[in-house]
Design a protein around this ligand. Structure first.
Ligand code: UDP
Length: 320
């Protein structure tokens, strides 16, 4: 029986990955400081340490008995990273370094890491290949790139087996045995939950309508969180000693903010109230993933479309 340490396992993507790991027969330890995660998202049959990856002694304890790590614990909001770059550097870069040092010390050298399309920055080439030059446009993307770069060094120098999964835009939810596991951010900044929460009094703000895209709004590649979590479980089997792979996870296609609003209006059966406002700092115009590498290395393909993501996110709101 294999035991996996999931850092950030009380968060949105982390807790859904934990649920899939348990379904597949893995044992799980979670380390999460619950700054954005929720302790009640951690199932009872998981060993749970509430604390930070910046705490080396706690990381050492959490690693006991583990064969591999899936590392989610990080600050992950583009807008906040522009305002608080030092917070992002400390949590994401220093925190990851402490985790990697403790792994090295404990002889645990297999790791799947949550990276981001924000590492690529504003790209003229779409879809974006993993070989694309990394040019982040915000501190969040810079921290994710720094972590990916240290994993490349650890694979070369310490024989680590590492995979960085570069997510595009994640949405949707999982209906588990104990109910829906969904996005619960406060404040919520992501498009799909905000679309579903919009009211006449508090309409959705569409950030920028003057981008060089077909309808002037930003284009993103949306992926269902369960497809994304499944890729993490498959990545554990694809780890190879001495190798660091970067793999994009998206759907391979893009939707504009307006198309998301229109699809959501169809799902909920009324027109989502929306207003146009200025661009948001740090946003690139278009991000679409090339997912050929994920298909070939992980034997993975996404199976849930934008409508399914919005429907599942909507169901979770109705269930509250
Ligand atoms: N967006 C928007 N209104 C919102 C939230 C997001 O117009 O309330 C836009 C945002 O500018 C971006 C896209 O929706 O173009 C996706 O943003 P999100 O924050 O969901 O993810 P990101 O691409 O920043 O990771």
């Amino acid at each position: 029986m294999s035991r996996i340490l999931v850092t950030g396992g009380a968060g949105y993507i982390g807790s859904i990955t934990v649920a899939l790991l348990l379904q597949r027969g893995y044992e799980v330890t979670v380390l999460d400081d619950c700054s954005t995660g929720h302790a009640d998202a951690v199932p009872a049959n998981v060993t749970f340490y509430q604390g930070s990856i910046l705490d080396g002694a706690l990381v050492r304890k959490a690693l006991e008995g583990c064969d591999a790590v899936i590392h989610f614990a990080a600050k992950s909001l583009v807008g906040e990273s522009v305002e608080k770059p030092d917070l992002y550097r400390n949590n994401n870069i220093n925190g990851s370094q402490i985790l990697f040092d403790e792994m090295d010390g404990a002889g645990v050298t297999r790791i799947v890491v949550s990276s981001s399309a924000a590492t690529y920055g504003d790209s003229k080439e779409q879809p974006i290949l993993e070989t694309h030059k990394a040019h982040p446009t915000n501190p969040y993307g810079e921290t994710k790139l720094a972590v990916d770069n240290s994993l490349a060094d650890l694979a070369a120098e310490e024989n680590f087996a590492a995979i960085s999964l570069r997510y595009f835009n994640v949405a949707g939810a999982l209906k588990g045995e104990a109910g829906w596991i969904a996005e619960r951010h406060n404040p919520e900044t992501h498009l799909i939950p905000n679309v579903l929460k919009a009211t006449k009094d508090q309409p959705l703000k569409i950030f920028g309508t003057d981008w060089k895209t077909k309808d002037g709004t930003c284009i993103r590649d949306y992926i269902h969180v369960v497809d994304l979590a499944e890729a993490h479980v498959l990545a554990l089997d694809a780890l190879k000693a001495g190798s660091h792979e970067i793999i994009n996870l998206g759907s391979g296609g893009g939707y504009s903010v307006r198309e998301v609003v229109d699809t959501a209006s169809k799902v909920v059966g009324y027109e989502i109230p929306a207003v146009n406002v200025d661009r948001r700092a740090g946003d690139p115009a278009v991000l679409i993933a090339s997912i050929d590498k994920a298909k070939s290395l992980l034997q993975w393909s996404p199976t849930r479309n934008l409508e399914a993501m919005i429907r599942d996110a909507y169901e979770t709101l109705k269930a509250v």
